[in-house]
Design a protein around this ligand. Structure first.
Ligand code: ADP
Ligand code: MG
Length: 866
């Protein structure tokens, strides 16, 4: 290091503290990067890699971005999961000999970025921290720096529960001490692409007290403090908008693990991972960004407290009943900007006058909101109105201080309204008077010289001047004005009086710009004092927005208010799957009832593939989630228990991508449900056991049903393609068969999507194969095998004799209608023969349905390719 130049030594010293970040090292008008940072950044940002002599043996790789356009580059790096340390010159280069002092002034990270590409209006950007406690429980705190929200909870379900919670809130970055297990860290990094940051300091600082005042548990205080230490360290400024942290316990909400949330496509779809097609997408009729974020958090955490659910319901009901009033309410909400994030930016000191205008416009809507909400005659609505704080003084301040259409820049004036500040008005008078005087002078000189085209202009270099075109110069009496500048077709002149006025005007204008900037800063400071009130207001408005969203959706999509019962009965009449119903175009969605009571804990659902089993199961779960969020539900009548947890095992195609075998995932999810479910839970098991061989799968499925039946008693929807399981209805008293009906018409299946009592007649699998146009002979053979299987039922293991290879070509030729008879006799039969031979060799009883499908597909492809 000694051989490096002092500046490079300085760079290396600072960089040592920021190993996991790009160090943006300020050099004049550029942020420069060196060494490995330069190599990596030049690729990520597609900027030129150069090098410089740094005193060492080799030249040092270097690349840089201009400081005034750095923001875009920084956003790109952050979006890709990197961190950026901003290192500024902290003393004036002109005043120093030697190397200018430099310091990192801010560390920008994926979890702390406030605006830019990765930040969506209707999404929170959470950063979390985790602490491991002595008693084995784990503290979780999280924060959204853009809104100032802080939440903290203790989780007792081990790292699994923590991963679930982190994934559900979509944390971008997780701050941990260096004592956490590697496997946990790796999972967060690799499966969820979360950025991990180390912060070992969990000491409580004085300035945290307003944030921590509601937390009473010492361990949780430390968990939150770890996060706060990290935030203050990286942001390196006052964070006045950080809100008092709220604590919660996971059993205050309907627990749904992350897998199940994904399976049910609550906030994103499985296939695209996008919002479109999810329950949230269907529901989102919110008018404000904050309402959108609150809706998402409500869907993420439905309630279990009946009183609170019913409070929400009653407001939704009133809003539905008042159609016109609700339209007015929506219109008022439309004009409310993102108060939460505005407040955050006020605290950060990066709001401009336009932002303050948005704040004012939003506040001006509040009186309308209050007036509107008084119309509903509902005590729960009145309660909301009572806590709305219109922040009148702030509205007045902004109204009086700032012009209607201020410019983006806060340094060029034209922001402050006339009459707000006496001194400013005086300067403005001076400037205006000067300008009037100049206008009068122009008029007067035109008359005196008789030159109509004479004009007075202004430019930055020469100030005010009188301009006369060359053609008119002859009419100008010599010596009237002082010559200043010659253009190709005109001359410019000045007079002592003109210059005197000019000085007055320019001085006044300079004063105006300075004063306006100062005034703006004072106003901004004053607005800071309102941040907590604005945040409270934002919360109430968000809540109203989500409730009107529920009302709007419930009305337009014809949902009904569910009622709750404590006798664990589910009664859904004409229920629909909210999203499938919406996206189905031509066909009508077939509504279905779901009835479960103390005699029916487990519904065993049979029916052919594609008949609607999975859809039916999901619609029951989504109905429960909507109900416990306070929304109405897609049905004509609904009575539900308040569930404590929902578990699902629904086959998802992308399990394979995640690297675990489908069957292992299936078993892990089943285990999770079986261990944690109570009699108040809802379990959806969709074709459990499909991932293994038939007998294995069937045995497991039956054992699982028995276990739930004997030991848990949770309300369970269990779909299966194992027909044999339907006998369980006789053996287990609270198991009940239902099926999705299909009818056979002209030898093919027609799906009715209608749920009926009892087991399905047959699995129709062969009919589906027929629909897929498999060869006739194959279908016929399958039917034969089926009959033999059915006959051998009850025996230990059915023994299906394999078909004899020569019997096909000789005796069964008449059945091979799909083969061209001519070809059979010719040379080309070899290929088909080979396929038939393969078919004969298949050990069907050992195959999973998936294997069978794949094999059939291969065969068909081979035949078609001929
Ligand atoms: P299964 O699980 O029995 O294989 P799915 O539930 O996946 O069947 O449903 C297959 C398709 O049938 C769905 O994609 C949907 O288009 C349609 N479907 C399901 N239920 C209904 C219904 N109740 N009304 C109309 N169409 C339905
Ligand atoms: Mg299915």
């Amino acid at each position: 290091m000694a051989t490096y130049t002092p500046m490079i030594q300085q760079y290396l010293t600072i960089k040592a503290d920021y190993q996991d970040a790009f160090l943006f090292f300020r050099l004049g008008d550029f942020y420069e990067m060196f060494f490995d940072d330069a190599l990596k950044a030049s690729q990520e940002l597609e900027i030129t890699l150069t090098s410089r002599d740094g005193g060492g043996v080799d030249r040092i790789p270097m690349c840089g971005v201009p400081y005034h356009s750095a923001a875009g580059y920084i956003e790109t790096l952050i979006e890709r999961g990197y961190k950026v340390a901003i290192c500024e010159q902290v003393e004036d280069p002109k005043q120093t000999k030697g190397v200018v002092k430099r310091e990192v002034v801010q560390l920008i990270t994926p979890g702390t970025i406030m605006q830019g590409k990765g930040i969506e209006d209707k999404e929170n950007n959470f950063i979390a921290s985790i602490s491991l406690f002595d008693n084995g429980s784990i503290g979780l705190a999280y924060n959204d720096l853009s809104t100032g929200e802080n939440k903290v909870t203790a989780l007792t379900g081990g790292f699994n529960e923590v991963v679930n919670e982190l994934a559900s809130i979509g944390a971008k970055e997780v701050v941990v001490g260096d004592n956490l297990p590697d496997s946990f860290i790796t999972e967060l990094k690799e499966r969820f692409s979360m950025v991990i940051s180390i912060e070992n300091n969990d000491n409580v600082m004085d300035r945290f007290s307003p944030i921590l005042s509601k937390i009473h548990d010492d361990s949780l205080i430390r968990t939150m403090s770890r996060l706060l230490n990290y935030l203050f360290k990286t942001q390196n400024r006052s964070l006045d908008h950080l809100q008092e942290a709220t604590t919660y316990e996971s059993n205050q909400f309907l627990k749904i693990d992350y897998h199940s949330k994904r399976n049910l496509e609550i906030t994103e779809t499985i296939r695209t991972k996008g919002r479109k097609g999810s329950l949230l997408w269907l529901l989102d009729e919110t008018k404000t960004a904050m309402g959108g974020r609150m809706l998402k958090s409500w869907m993420d955490k439905p309630l279990v407290n009946l009183r609170e659910i019913e409070r929400r319901q009653s407001i939704v009901e009133s809003l539905i009943a008042h159609y016109f009033e609700r339209q007015d309410l929506r219109e008022a909400l439309q004009n409310v900007y993102d108060l939460e994030r505005l407040a955050g930016r006020v605290a950060f000191g990066n709001v401009n006058a336009r932002d303050l205008m948005q704040l004012k416009k939003s506040l001006l809507q509040v009186p309308y909101l209050i007036e509107n909400l008084r119309l509903y005659d509902n005590p729960n609505v009145s309660e909301l109105v009572e806590v709305i704080d219109p922040c009148v003084e702030l509205t007045d301040l902004l109204e009086n201080a700032i012009v209607d259409n201020p410019p983006l820049s806060i340094k060029d004036g034209s922001i402050i309204r006339d009459g707000f500040n006496k001194e400013l008005d005086q300067y403005r008078d001076a400037s205006r008077n000067g300008k009037t005087w100049i206008a009068a002078l122009e008029q007067q000189e035109r008359e005196r010289t008789g030159i109509k085209s004479l004009k007075i202009g202004y430019n930055r270099i020469f100030g005010y001047y009188i301009e006369i075109t060359r053609a008119n110069l002859g009419n100008l009496e010599e010596g009237r004005y002082e010559r200043k500048q010659t253009l190709s077709n005109a001359e410019r002149f000045i007079t002592p009086e003109l210059k005197e006025k000019e000085t007055l005007i320019l001085q006044a204008e300079e004063k105006i710009v300075d004063l306006e900037y100062q005034l703006f800063l004072t106003i901004r400071e004053e607005v800071k004092g309102y941040i907590p009130r604005l945040q409270r207001l934002a919360r109430t408005i968000s809540e109203i927005d989500v409730l009107q969203c529920f009302a709007t959706i419930s009305e337009t999509r014809k949902y009904v208010k569910p009622t709750f019962t404590d006798d664990r009965t589910i009664f859904i009449e004409e229920g629909r799957h909210p999203v499938v119903e919406k996206v189905m175009k031509s066909q009508e969605y077939v509504p279905n009832d779901c009835y479960m009571d103390s005699e029916r804990d487990i519904l065993l659902i049979t029916g052919p593939n594609m008949s609607g089993k999975s859809t039916f199961m999901r619609q029951v779960a989504l109905t429960a989630i909507l109900a416990q969020s306070g929304c109405f539900v897609p049905a004509t009548r609904a009575v539900l228990p308040v569930f404590d947890q929902i578990f699902t095992r629904i086959g998802a195609a992308d399990d394979l991508i995640a690297g675990q075998s489908t069957f292992m995932v299936e078993m892990l999810e089943a285990k999770n449900a079986i261990i944690h479910a109570t009699k108040d839970s809802l379990i959806l098991f969709d074709e459990i056991g499909r991932g293994t061989s038939t007998y294995d799968g069937m045995a497991l499925a039956q054992a699982i049903i028995e276990y739930i039946h004997q030991n848990i008693g949770a309300k369970t929807l269990f779909s299966t393609h194992y027909h044999e399981l339907t006998d369980l209805e006789i053996k287990l008293e609270r198991v009940h068969n239902i099926h999705v009906s299909a009818v056979e018409q002209n030898g093919t299946v027609v799906f009715l999507h209608k749920i009926k009592d009892g087991p399905a007649d047959q699995s129709y699998g062969i009919h589906v194969a027929q629909l897929a146009e498999l060869p006739d002979s194959l279908i016929i053979r399958a039917k034969e095998i089926l009959i033999q299987l059915e006959q051998s039922e009850g025996k230990e293991k059915p023994n299906i004799p394999a078909i004899e290879s020569n019997s096909i070509t000789k005796e069964d030729q008449s059945q091979l209608s799909f083969f061209d008879q001519e070809k059979i006799q010719g040379n080309e039969t070899k290929h088909e023969k080979k396929i038939l031979q393969e078919l004969i060799k298949l050990n069907i009883v050992e195959m999973t349905p998936m294997d069978a499908m794949n094999t059939l597909y291969k065969i068909q492809k081979e035949l078609k390719s001929r």
